[in-house]
Design a protein around this ligand. Structure first.
Ligand SMILES: Nc1ncnc2c1ncn2[C@@H]1O[C@H](COP(=O)(O)OP(=O)(O)OP(=O)(O)O)[C@@H](O)[C@H]1O
Ligand SMILES: [Mg+2]
Length: 354
């Protein structure tokens, strides 16, 4: 048996999400055959890959079909987040994929989601940054628990670092009690500075926390930055769902792929009697996702620890990673990362074939 036969066998295994085979996607590397033993490296497109074990099992089945015993198959699993870049749009030096978190309505939990999804992604082994694009109402530093100014090196900003991620926000550049009263073009300038003048270094992902609505910050991020996708946060009540339609339409108009909708504050699980109460009703986010033809990424319950953690700079995913809510954030992060991989691979292949 030689490595070509192995390659041939692996070319019959598809990545279920990317819907292409592992050889075409260059995900099966360093194939080594030694007698009746085979070893290779499976390079996933994200460390958060939700289908890791499925792909591994499919590889083993394909190789056992061509004669290898399962105990003689060694798969070294690693990952490499591919770089997303659209011609004419800004990329961030050293950063592979940028994902924006938006909502039509304020106060639905964008910042909470952005912070916890970023931390959850970093816990899978990814290198993650968080860019607070809410210039006039920056809440990221409060939720991260450090509002002190960042260091400056040669006129460039060194991002803050906490809970395993890097972040930058207007909230660490101006005193917390000083309002930022600016017009659109000035907001645009700061956001561009966060892209160009922050030493992010090598990162797999940057999560962008957007202000509510569809204003200047959204326009700058969507028009100027090469986004791998956008996530929309909604709460289940009708008024929020109505506004989430605007957020979906904004992304679609700007040709930013929608990675999915998250329903936040979906239900309350009583810590004493475990009864589930649907305070704002429930299920609207999923219905909206179906109606808009975009993925539904998951439901986050109302949890006291999410709120207190946000207020005290101790995000639940960082301080209680094994809690039920943290697991939900982890699943959402994995789904979003998988969606961003699909967008990135498709964009790269479209560019090549043009
Ligand atoms: N799942 C949740 N459980 C409990 N509290 C939550 C949850 N999600 C968000 N909150 C709380 O709701 C409040 C608003 O959340 P957050 O600031 O994340 O919303 P936002 O959409 O970013 O708001 P804005 O539009 O002002 O930027 C915060 O106090 C936060 O702690
Ligand atoms: Mg916010």
């Amino acid at each position: 048996m030689d490595s070509n036969r192995v390659k041939q066998a692996l070319s019959k295994v598809n990545d279920p999400e990317l819907k292409q085979d592992l050889v075409t996607l260059n995900m099966a590397r360093d194939i080594k055959v030694d007698g009746d033993k085979v070893a290779f490296t499976l390079v996933l497109t994200t460390p958060a890959c939700p289908l890791k074990t499925v792909i591994e099992e499919d590889c083993k089945n394909a190789l056992s079909e061509v004669g290898f015993k399962k105990e003689n198959i060694k798969i070294n699993i690693t990952s490499e987040v591919r770089r997303h870049g659209i011609q004419g749009k800004e990329t961030i030096k050293g950063v592979n994929q940028i994902i924006a978190v938006s909502s039509g309505k304020g106060g639905v939990g964008k910042t909470t989601v952005a912070v916890n999804v970023a931390i959850a992604l970093s816990q899978t082994g990814a290198k993650v940054g968080l860019l607070d694009a809410d210039i006039t109402g920056p809440n990221v530093p409060l939720m991260m628990g450090d509002q002190n100014p960042p260091d400056i090196q040669d006129g460039k900003i060194i991002p803050k670092e906490k809970h395993g991620i890097k972040y930058i926000s207007m909230g660490v550049l101006v005193p917390p009690d000083k309002p930022v009263v600016w017009r659109g073009p000035m907001l645009d300038g700061v956001i561009r500075q966060f892209i160009r003048d922050v030493i992010w270094k090598e990162l797999d992902y940057i999560i962008v926390d957007l202000p509510p609505g569809t204003g200047d910050a959204q326009l700058t991020i969507c028009q100027a930055v090469s986004l791998a996708g956008g996530i929309i946060v909604t709460t289940p009540q009708d008024v929020a769902l109505l506004d989430s339609r605007k957020a979906v339409n904004m992304f679609k108009q700007m040709r930013v792929p929608v990675l999915g909708i998250i329903e936040n504050m979906s239900y309350f699980l009583c810590p004493n009697c475990k009864e589930r109460t649907e305070i704002f009703s429930c299920g609207g986010g999923e219905k909206a996702a179906t109606e808009f033809g975009v993925p539904f990424l998951g439901r986050i319950p109302i949890e006291l620890e999410v709120r207190t953690g946000g207020d005290s700079g101790k995000p639940i995913t960082a301080v209680n990673p094994s809690s039920e809510v943290s697991k939900v954030f982890k699943e959402i992060a994995a789904q979003a990362a998988a969606g961003a991989s699909v967008v990135t691979i498709n964009a790269a292949q479209t560019t090549i074939s043009v």
